[in-house]
Design a binder for this molecule. Structure first.
Ligand SMILES: NC(=O)c1ccc[n+]([C@@H]2O[C@H](COP(=O)([O-])OP(=O)(O)OC[C@H]3O[C@@H](n4cnc5c(N)ncnc54)[C@H](OP(=O)(O)O)[C@@H]3O)[C@@H](O)[C@H]2O)c1
Length: 254
């Protein structure tokens, strides 16, 4: 069973410039988070903005790209050296591309699968290995409702999230007896920099709402699946099994 650390003090964030990740850190800081390592592609570009975005948290920045699998183990090793123990690993890496399926070039499909699935899964394997050896920790994985039922406009993104979601659910079972909890977060539309310029979907939320849901689940210290907002859980359980013609009408042009 996962061994619960009452108050997570340290976090490693994969995709450290994510709006949702920063909101989660702000909320975790209210609960006692003290230090975080933010792993991101361009730390120089963002250091000042990101430091200001998480007041009260001592932040370190590491240059890291999800698409460089040879670096994942070193990243976790270096984060552990900086933080001591790693209480929380939050994976918020993701790209939405130009939010289209059928018009995506093969190279774009390949890039999205590597960025949203292959890279994060490999990095999470390195993180899980470390947390299991450490004997405690919580892994938070940003999945999406888009992975539950594919839509014509974003089925490539949805496919990557379905894969990562399955990986995380399996990891939760595999790590359960090693003291590690895995929280799979399935938000609907979130108004973040990822969705700038897109018309909000029904039940759109903001990063702070997702951050609150993440921190609440982390505080419980158990593996869980978290829908944001919560009623998307029952809704998508129904959507998943709708006959295709009905689903196409529900999804419309989205
Ligand atoms: N916004 C939504 O509607 C929504 C809904 C459901 C799930 N999600 C998921 O929630 C997570 C966070 O999204 P968000 O809304 O906070 O959007 P965001 O602010 O755009 O965050 C996405 C992050 O992924 C990083 N990233 C992209 N490619 C990377 C790579 N190759 N290596 C390392 N980092 C990379 C980006 O870094 P750069 O700053 O370098 O680009 C950015 O920090 C994502 O996994 C997303 O799929 C979002």
């Amino acid at each position: 069973m996962s061994r619960h650390v009452d108050t997570p003090r340290t976090a490693l964030v994969l995709g450290g410039s994510s709006d949702i990740a920063l909101a989660a850190l702000r909320r975790l800081a209210r609960d006692g988070l003290e230090r975080a390592v933010l792993a991101l592609r361009d730390p120089e570009r963002d250091t000042e903005r990101l430091t200001a975005a998480v007041p009260g948290v001592q932040t370190s920045f590491v240059r890291w790209d999800a698409n460089e699998p040879d670096t994942h183990q070193q990243l976790v090793h270096d984060a552990a050296a900086t933080l001591g123990t790693i209480d929380v690993v939050l994976c918020a890496v993701g790209m939405l591309g130009h939010h289209a399926g059928v018009t995506m070039a093969p190279s774009e499909v390949d890039e999205m699968i590597r960025t949203n699935l292959a890279g994060p899964a490999a990095a999470l394997a390195a993180a899980a290995d470390h947390l299991c050896a450490q004997g405690h920790g919580t892994i938070v994985v940003l999945s999406s409702v888009a992975g539950v039922r594919p839509r014509k406009s974003n089925y490539v993104y949805g496919a990557t999230k379905a894969g990562l979601d399955a990986f995380a659910l399996g990891l939760a079972d595999a790590a359960r007896t090693r003291g590690v909890a895995v929280i799979v977060v399935r938000p609907g539309f979130v108004r973040s920099k990822m969705t700038v310029g897109l018309p909000p979907a029904p039940f759109a939320t903001d990063p702070a709402t997702v951050g609150d849901a993440i921190a609440t689940a982390v505080a419980r210290g158990r593996s869980a699946t978290v829908w944001v907002p919560p009623h998307l859980g029952p809704l998508f359980t129904v959507f998943r099994w709708l006959p295709a013609p009905v689903w196409r009408r529900v999804a419309g042009d989205r």
